[in-house]
Design a binder for this molecule. Structure first.
Ligand code: 5GP
Ligand code: ZN
Length: 119
């Protein structure tokens, strides 16, 4: 399934629910978290509906690699200070015990001056 009509992040990607976009290309979408843990907190998601990291296959290696390369660039563009004084945190919550609340794979990118609200 490419898009899930009941998925909140699919609706955000399709523009049916508004979001503060930080990035978009043909296969990825990035937007600010509505309840940020840190001064900078956005998420990168594949446009294709993938429920979680547990559903990834070897065919997704380039997609996930692209997210990893984009994260530092977008972190700087969105207010994180450079490494090593600044930096950022990348989190992928997976499954109930992993703390995943939205069942569409998303990579959290958090940063900015401490203290943070959480984390
Ligand atoms: P999870 O706990 O699944 O890793 O993270 C889901 C994240 O999605 C949470 O940090 C939550 O604040 C964020 N979120 C949930 N609903 C919305 C929404 O409608 N818009 C945006 N921008 N973020 C959302
Ligand atoms: Zn989805």
């Amino acid at each position: 399934m490419s898009s899930d009509p009941n998925c909140i992040f699919c609706k955000i990607i399709e523009g049916k629910i508004p979001s503060k976009k930080v990035y978009e290309d043909d296969e990825l979408f990035g937007f600010h978290d509505i309840a940020p843990w840190a001064p900078v907190h956005f998420m990168l998601v594949p446009k294709r509906h993938i429920a979680s990291m547990s559903q990834l296959t070897p065919e997704d290696a380039a997609l996930m690699g692209k997210i990893m390369i984009l994260a530092p660039k977008l972190a700087l563009e969105n207010g994180c200070r450079p490494y090593p004084e600044g930096g950022f945190r990348v989190v992928i919550n997976t499954g109930a015990e992993g703390g995943q609340e939205v069942q569409h794979l998303h990579v959290h990118v958090m940063g900015g001056p401490r203290p943070w609200l959480r984390g």
